[in-house]
Design a protein around this ligand. Structure first.
Ligand SMILES: NC(=O)c1ccc[n+]([C@@H]2O[C@H](COP(=O)([O-])OP(=O)(O)OC[C@H]3O[C@@H](n4cnc5c(N)ncnc54)[C@H](O)[C@@H]3O)[C@@H](O)[C@H]2O)c1
Length: 435
């Protein structure tokens, strides 16, 4: 039996705290695709298919034809930033897309003017800007964000809205008392508790406004009992954290392959050079610590050294990011992987990934907002583990380890879509073909 999904009618508002490289590449990309200037490469919602029934059935619709997703023409963008640049100026500054391409979508991007941000320099140390809300307590600022959401929805005749954090990486912090219950969180807002990060004020404002929330950065943000309870109470789907794009994506492709063949690994050294504003923010040790935690968590879970001590007990894993302005958004990530085979004989794998950070991230933003909106219309609430596919540090129910293997994540995602539409889940057992 399929579950009830409300139709994707009307306009879908997409709000991004942060109008930087990722969010503007996403917005400009959608506008360009709408004009037929390019293809949505990297987007599962736009290009992916889902196999239904038996392998002999020949039923493989596109995902966007199988589940009712909002179309690109229904999307309306808005956002907040500490800088006053419109999405067009921010996209030009980010130097991801060619000026010629940007000129063709200038009219739409120029209309996206950043609303005043909730910002705290203690959480993002390397940047500062003038476009910030200065009045009142964090509670007042949360209310100002809610008012922003309302006026954005009204001005654009929006039917539903999704918010996705595309702001800078905030410094690493762990949940403390103020994060535990909604009551303590709200008291903390009123008292300007320094343990409440700006991203948490946005997440609170979103959920209070009935807006699903996703987090593309590694910050703690809504991964705290107070906000997860709020999401459940308000029947809102949420997901995070930290887009899985370049080096970590490669890691989650290769590590399951090594483990599948019971090949050992005793060293994985990863380093990057990156020259965009994200790279600059990550020069701060506090912000880097947030990133390092999500980047390091992946291998342990995939390789399971507790289950395979002969293969992974001594794994040395190190991740570095160096800010190197000449490269801009065109990151280079190197991996040296020390592996061993039969009788412990050593081998090495070297990866040199010359990638483009925001080109890899933009389609993930698109998929996430469309799937979160779908989840909302399907009545799914709380953490959406089926969207783990998109994240370096997938959020899960308390006590549940995160699944990092990208192929398991993809199967989970597609099975969730099948489940939504009342189709058989695919187990890959396949004995019936040999009866
Ligand atoms: N590009 C990728 O492949 C990738 C992968 C994983 C995660 N991320 C994360 O996505 C986020 C965005 O990346 P980016 O390359 O666009 O960075 P960016 O520096 O270009 O953009 C971030 C923007 O957020 C703004 N900002 C910071 N604090 C804010 C606040 N409190 N409110 C509103 N705006 C705020 C900054 O002024 C900046 O314009 C970063 O946290 C990054 O770590 C990116």
């Amino acid at each position: 039996m399929s579950i009830k999904i409300a139709p994707a009618k009307g306009k879908l508002g997409i709000l991004t705290p942060g109008l930087g490289a990722v969010s503007t590449t996403f917005m400009a990309g959608v506008e360009a695709i709408k004009k037929g200037l390019g293809d949505p490469v990297g987007s599962l919602t736009q290009l992916g298919t889902v196999r239904l029934g038996k392998r002999t059935d020949n039923r493989t619709p596109k995902i966007k034809d199988f589940v009712p997703l909002a179309g690109l023409n229904q999307l309306v963008f808005g956002g907040w930033d500490i800088f006053e640049d419109t999405a067009y100026e921010a996209a030009v500054n980010a130097r991801v897309l060619e000026p010629e391409m940007l000129r063709k979508v200038k009219k739409s991007l120029q209309k996206i003017k950043p609303m005043k941000a909730v910002f705290d320099k203690n959480y993002v140390k390397r940047i500062d800007g003038p476009n910030v809300k200065t009045k009142g307590s964090l509670r007042d600022k949360a209310e100002a964000l809610m008012a922003d959401i309302k006026s954005f929805e009204k001005a654009n005749d929006i039917d539903r809205t999704v918010m996705i954090w595309c702001g800078s990486t905030e410094v690493f912090h762990k949940p403390v008392k103020v994060h535990q219950t909604l009551a303590s969180f709200e008291q903390g807002l009123a008292k300007n508790d320094p343990d409440i990060a700006p991203s948490q004020v946005y997440a609170y404002a979103a959920l209070m406004s009935g807006v699903p929330f996703a987090n593309g950065a590694p910050n703690l943000t809504h991964d705290i009992p107070a906000l997860l309870t709020l999401a459940k109470d308000r029947s809102l789907p949420v997901c995070g954290k930290d887009f899985k794009t370049g080096q970590t994506y490669m890691k989650t492709l290769i590590a399951p392959g090594l483990k599948a063949r019971m090949l050992g690994c005793n060293g994985w050294f990863s380093t990057n050079i990156l020259g965009n504003r994200d790279g600059e923010v990550l020069e701060d040790p506090g912000s880097f610590k947030s990133k390092e935690e999500t980047k390091l968590s992946v291998l342990d879970q995939i390789l399971q050294p507790g289950l395979y001590p002969e293969l992974y007990k001594n794994l040395f894993h190190s991740v570095k990011i160096n800010y190197y302005p000449p490269r801009g958004d065109q990151k280079e990530g190197w991996d040296n992987i020390d592996i061993y085979g039969w009788l412990g004989y050593p081998m090495q794998i070297k990866i040199d990934f010359l990638c483009r950070d925001s080109i890899l991230a933009a389609p993930l933003v698109l998929d996430l907002v469309l799937f979160l909106d779908l989840a909302q219309r399907a009545g799914m609430k709380g953490v959406q583990e089926w969207l783990s596919f998109y994240f370096k540090a997938p959020m899960t129910a308390p006590g549940l380890y995160a699944e990092h293997d990208v192929f398991i994540q993809l199967m989970k995602l597609k099975n969730t879509l099948r489940w939504m539409r009342g189709e058989d889940l695919i187990t890959h057992l396949g004995l019936e073909y040999y009866d």
